[in-house]
Design a protein around this ligand. Structure first.
Ligand code: SF4
Length: 104
């Protein structure tokens, strides 16, 4: 996926290249996002696999939705999508951990 330039010209940089500019300090063993136990994923959980901009969500071989939030940008998209279903637990990382944005 390419990022659109601000002046409407052709994309100049891929999203993946922009994401690479971010830095993450992972709080090992204390993930700030968890998927609640489920037998089958709800539609909301399945949606997260496609909408998380950092690709944190995936579907396991058992058909369950999993999250590895190491590259989470703390955008809150997954919180909004699951606000009513309550499929995930989401907290900000502890102080000093999580994402650092190079460009603000
Ligand atoms: Fe992905 Fe954003 Fe949720 Fe982090 S907050 S897991 S980047 S959707």
């Amino acid at each position: 996926m390419n990022a659109k330039s601000t002046n409407g010209t052709e994309p100049t940089q891929k999203i993946e290249e922009k994401l690479y500019q971010n830095r993450y300090l992972v709080d090992s063993g204390r993930p700030h996002v968890r998927v609640k136990e489920h037998l089958e994923p709800t539609p909301e959980l399945k949606t997260l696999v496609n909408v998380c901009p950092a690709g944190c969500y995936s579907i396991s071989e058992q058909g369950k939705v999993e999250v590895v939030p190491d590259g989470c940008m703390e955008c809150g998209t997954c919180r909004i999508i699951t606000a009513e279903s309550g499929d995930i637990e989401w907290n900000y990382p502890r102080g000093g951990y999580g994402v650092s944005f190079k460009f603000g």
